[in-house]
Write a protein that binds this ligand. Structure first.
Ligand SMILES: [Zn+2]
Length: 194
């Protein structure tokens, strides 16, 4: 799977021009049909997406090109999940967050628990990205709860990324910088800055 910008026309152009790299070997990706239809729940509505599929010219592995508004195996938009995390950091419990977002309590609790179980990994990953993109940040000393520190690291890294690579919504950067695996059920590392 490869996280791409939320602009199908742009992605199609990049794909057909051979400008997208294989996430496994850096080889050139080429069009290879489409993945199955999937539902994405945004803050206000449900929409259907059919992501593009591509195949690497070198290693021949196929990859789904997933928009950066999504996370791997999550129906809800990453920005909605991000809002839940911010509300949790501001002191809200999962029941209140679920009501505000119009999502089942179990769903919200699942996001918060999964994030919490990976919080050290997430914080370290985004600190690493922030420092790779802006070495002046070395003097910043994070303080606060693990959740506040992780969200601060996300804020620093995504702000630096927007300055270096061009503006993109915070939570879209989060999806891109974790390869869509922010809340994945695995201990495999996130993609390193490059
Ligand atoms: Zn490849």
């Amino acid at each position: 799977m490869l996280i791409v910008v939320n602009d199908p026309t742009h992605v199609e152009r990049e794909l057909c021009a051979g400008r997208l790299s294989c996430p496994h070997c850096e080889g050139e990706l080429r069009p290879w049909g489409h993945a199955r239809l999937r539902v994405l729940r945004t803050a206000a509505q449900e929409i259907e997406l059919q992501p593009r599929r591509a195949r690497c010219g070198s290693c021949r592995v196929t990859s789904v090109l997933l928009s950066d508004v999504c996370l791997f195996r999550r129906v809800d938009e990453v920005a909605v999940i991000g809002r839940a995390l911010l509300e949790k950091a501001a002191g809200a419990g999962h029941r209140r967050i679920a009501v505000r977002l119009g999502r089942p309590q179990e769903t919200v609790r699942g996001w918060l628990r999964r994030f919490s179980s990976r919080i050290a990994l997430i914080q370290a990953h985004f600190r690493h990205w922030a420092l790779a993109l802006d070495p002046r940040l070395e003097t910043v000393t994070p303080q606060g709860s693990p959740l506040a520190e992780a969200l601060e690291a996300i804020g620093l890294a995504t702000r630096a990324a927007s300055l270096v690579f061009g503006p993109r919504a915070v939570w879209s950067w989060v999806s891109a910088m974790t390869g869509g695996a922010l809340l994945a059920n695995t201990n495999s590392p996130f993609p390193a800055p490059r």
